[in-house]
Write a protein that binds this ligand. Structure first.
Ligand code: 5CA
Ligand code: ZN
Length: 415
């Protein structure tokens, strides 16, 4: 699938240190800096039916910081993101609005690309639709059946040849290793996050759906001996990550709403296929809310990037508003947060535009080291912003073009 255009990333002198970041699976901070100099990142993309709200934007800006910090530390980064371009919520919304689901998806993906470009999010090298991955899903599900780690459940007694396929979690000792949750915790969210605990014939109510046999009126693809149908949500991300990043890549990312079941299931399915751990670290963006609730398409309490852009808000101010919140702290979007970011952007721009001596071109001002250090410590963007504020307050000393380039390269904010 076509990706978007990345704004150029200026070169800056020197290198930042290795990234230390909180890993959900171990619950500890880890230094994530592969020895071979190559980092692989998989971030779960949108389900394209109502893009892009501030929660999505926060997630993609957070992982954009990971890409920037890694590159600044001298790593080569392969970044993969998916689009869940066929799934229940997309189909339901298309049905409600009386439009073909493909059209709705295409329109929302276009809007998402525009939003990402405007926010200066570096594009992934591989932007992959779930539909594009279906042949790999079929191969994977057939392999899981062949190795007895998956089983079939007939759709109904009358149509015994129509069969859904589930992963048999009992065969997978690594299940639970991403979230570390108890079964009680898992059951609390499983149904509301796309699971089907009450489906008759499953061996364990938590077993994830791998292949859904074709039902009347639903989109479907050929599945060889699986029959016609479509893949389950988690296997889509498993196979896209494996194809483009290989086994045991560096980092899997997304919002905390994906820790369970999505990332847990994607990982256990991969382990069942390859015998190897899926990602080496799991990083999650805390939920962004509005008026006391998680911002979500299903609730409809949305502040959209595109709507703000249309109303004339500078996308760099939106980006600064997001960067002002630490990724691990849940927070609520308010107009005040945006107003502060608009003011901050104006003050930074005024400081670098002011007619003053420019300092020594050979020297890297200390504020650059402070930005680097803040980001390398669990992506502390608010601390990086405070360092720039302080530099601005003290009259923007040192070689200004170097600082402007660093703010652009490391924070993605173009002044
Ligand atoms: N297509 C799936 C992932 S394969 C999906 O979760 N799509 S989504 O459109 O619902 O969300 C896209 C990304 O934004 C996911 O990484 C999700 O975890 C994140 N996200 C969704 N809502 C919020 C929110 N309120 N705050 C922060 N991140 C969010
Ligand atoms: Zn995903």
């Amino acid at each position: 699938m076509k990706t978007w255009n990345s704004a150029p990333v200026p070169d800056i002198a020197g290198h930042g240190g290795p990234l230390r970041i909180q890993d959900t699976a171990t619950g500890t901070k880890q230094v994530v800096h592969p020895e071979n100099g190559e980092a692989g990142l998989y971030v779960c993309g949108i389900t394209p039916y109502d893009a892009t709200h501030m929660g999505h934007a926060a997630t993609y800006v957070t992982f954009d910081l990971v890409v920037r910090v890694w590159r600044d530390a001298g790593l080569e980064v392969t970044y993969v993101q998916n689009v869940t371009d066929v799934d229940e919520p997309l189909l339901e919304r298309a049905e409600r609005d009386g439009v073909p689901w493909q059209d709705l998806a295409e329109e929302q993906i276009d809007l998402f690309r525009e939003d990402m470009e405007a926010l200066h999010v570096i594009a992934p090298q591989h932007y992959v639709g779930a539909v594009e991955g279906i042949p790999d899903d079929v191969t994977a599900v057939r392999q899981l059946l062949a190795t007895d780690t998956a089983y079939t459940v007939p759709v109904s007694n009358e149509e015994a040849d129509l069969q859904d396929v589930y992963l048999d979690l009992a065969t997978q000792p690594s299940f639970g290793s991403v979230s570390g949750w108890s079964r009680d915790q898992m059951f609390e969210v499983f149904a509301e996050r796309g699971g089907d605990p009450d489906r008759e014939g499953k061996r364990d109510p938590l077993d994830p759906l791998l292949w859904r046999a074709h039902r009347e009126g639903e989109p479907h693809w050929h599945g060889a001996e699986l029959g016609d149908g479509r893949p389950g949500w988690h296997i889509e991300c498993t196979t896209i990550a494996l194809r483009y990043l290989g086994e045991s890549f560096t980092m899997q990312g997304g919002g905390t709403d994906l820790i369970f079941p999505h990332h847990e299931m994607s990982a256990v399915q991969s382990q069942a296929l390859t015998g190897q751990p899926f990602a080496r670290t799991y990083v999650h963006q805390a939920m962004v809310g509005l008026d006391g609730e998680k911002m979500s398409k299903s609730k409809g309490n949305l502040v959209l990037v595109s709507a703000l852009r249309r109303s004339g808000v500078d996308p760099m101010a939106i980006r600064l508003a997001l960067l002002g919140q630490h990724y691990r702290e849940p927070w609520e979007w308010t107009d005040q947060i945006l107003e502060q970011a608009v003011d901050r952007l104006a003050s930074w721009r005024a400081a670098v535009a002011a007619d003053q001596p420019d300092g020594d071109a050979g020297e890297v001002p200390s504020v650059v080291a402070e930005i680097r250090a803040a980001l390398a410590q669990d992506l502390n963007a608010p601390a990086a912003i405070r360092a720039v504020d302080e530099w601005v307050r003290s009259g923007a000393p040192g070689h200004r073009p170097t600082v402007v380039a660093a703010i652009d390269a490391l924070l993605g904010v173009s002044l």
